[in-house]
Design a protein around this ligand. Structure first.
Ligand SMILES: *[C@@H]1O[C@H](CO)[C@@H](O)[C@H](O)[C@H]1NC(C)=O
Ligand SMILES: *[C@@H]1O[C@H](CO)[C@@H](O)[C@H](O)[C@H]1NC(C)=O
Ligand SMILES: *[C@@H]1O[C@H](CO)[C@@H](O)[C@H](O)[C@H]1NC(C)=O
Ligand SMILES: *[C@@H]1O[C@H](CO)[C@@H](O)[C@H](O)[C@H]1NC(C)=O
Ligand SMILES: *[C@@H]1O[C@H](CO)[C@@H](O)[C@H](O)[C@H]1NC(C)=O
Length: 322
């Protein structure tokens, strides 16, 4: 859903900020391809970018990065959701064929927000079904030495109970090989968060209270729908925090898109309306230089945001007519 821009945000705010280069090999790309501007897809892998890995919510690598090796830009497959048949092993087969074809897949990600409805971007899977699909697809990969990331539940209150029921169901599954009940195995715990820093730290703490040795991956995060200053302050705080904490294995900020297409607010993004890196974008990629204001615009981005702004000001009719 595009963000609504007001006429006020159209003014080019002369906001720039000098940032220093600070690399991190934990940092990756939560890839949201831009069909309208495919050139944006190459911004994340430009020379000097700190980003070492990506996921795209799918089991297969993105064509935009097919000319990069795993060593250059590591792809981490995800099984987004579960279809009608939880015993279906399409995901397992896909990942196996990637590995057999010479792609060095070392990590995979479980279901995306299974505790959320499709309307909210969730895969909406009940814990019992998810456990069956996990045993069919993930356990065999674990035996092959691939590291397994648990399903990434939302940051909401339903997340932890969902995970506990998922693991509870896993421990009732009888192994076909041994006939004994087994638990699901996993190597790291992905989390999602869209509120302030204190909430994020407390959220991670609550997970570590249940699983004290868990390696944490933050696979979606941003301080959504905030003014520019708190948005940037949150970014800086989390970057320092994640880089410092040994138990944070990896992280991917949710903002690799242009401001006018954002569903987490116009300020949380890596690109302005014209595809130029924002302060957060420059910092996340570990580049030198200055970023632009997220809501600044020119060219096609400007005409798009002008349409959005006028549509907002004049009502829906304007959107259709303009
Ligand atoms: C940023 O500048 C520093 C100091 O001049 C330099 O060492 C580093 O290579 C530069 N990084 C990039 C990505 O250009
Ligand atoms: C990879 O392909 C893209 C086009 O899909 C191109 O823009 C990019 O420069 C290529 N990168 C390398 C390292 O060859
Ligand atoms: C695959 O990648 C891992 C991690 O980078 C590395 O340790 C391993 O040697 C690689 N395996 C192959 C077959 O290249
Ligand atoms: C298994 O999951 C279902 C929901 O799908 C839940 O009602 C049940 O309590 C779970 N079982 C265990 C042992 O956690
Ligand atoms: C499965 O996990 C439960 C809860 O952590 C534990 O009590 C049980 O011993 C585990 N079973 C196996 C077979 O590892």
């Amino acid at each position: 859903m595009p963000s609504s821009l007001t006429l006020g945000t159209l003014a080019l705010i002369a906001f720039t900020n000098t940032v220093s280069a600070d690399g991190s090999d934990k940092r990756g790309l939560c890839f949201v391809p831009n069909k309208e501007h495919p050139e944006d897809n190459q911004i994340w892998v430009q020379p000097g970018s700190d980003l070492t890995w990506y996921y795209n919510y799918q089991e297969s690598p993105s064509s935009a990065y097919s000319n990069l090796s795993q060593e250059e830009f590591e792809f981490v497959p995800m099984m987004w959701g579960v279809g009608n048949n939880p015993s279906d092993t399409s995901f397992l087969k896909s990942v196996r064929s990637l590995i057999e074809g010479g792609t060095n897949i070392t990590h995979v990600l479980g279901f995306n927000e299974p505790d959320a409805q499709a309307d909210w971007g969730g895969s909406n899977v009940d814990p019992e079904t998810a456990a069956k699909a996990w045993v069919a697809n993930f356990e065999p990969l674990g035996k092959m030495g691939v590291k397994l990331g648990l399903p990434a539940v939302t940051g909401g209150w339903d997340g932890l109970p969902w995970l506990e029921q998922f693991l509870g169901n896993c421990s009732e599954i009888v192994s076909e090989e041994t006939g004994a009940t087994t638990n699901c195995t996993w190597d790291f715990l992905p989390i999602h968060w869209y509120d302030n820093f204190e909430g994020l730290a407390s959220h991670i703490g609550s997970r570590r209270a249940v699983w004290p040795d868990a390696e944490i991956w933050i696979t979606e995060y941003a301080y959504a729908n905030q003014d520019i200053q708190p948005t940037e302050d949150f970014y800086t705080q989390t970057e320092n925090y994640f880089d410092r904490l040994a138990y944070v294995g990896r992280y991917t900020y949710f903002g690799a898109f242009r401001s006018y297409t954002s569903n987490v607010g116009p300020n949380a993004v890596f690109l302005n309306n014209d595809g130029e890196l924002t302060t957060i974008g420059v910092e996340y990629l570990g580049l030198n230089g200055t970023g632009v204001s997220p809501t600044s615009a020119a060219g096609l981005g400007a005409s798009m945001s002008k349409r959005l702004a006028l549509a907002g000001a004049l009502g829906v009719l304007a959107w259709v007519v303009l």
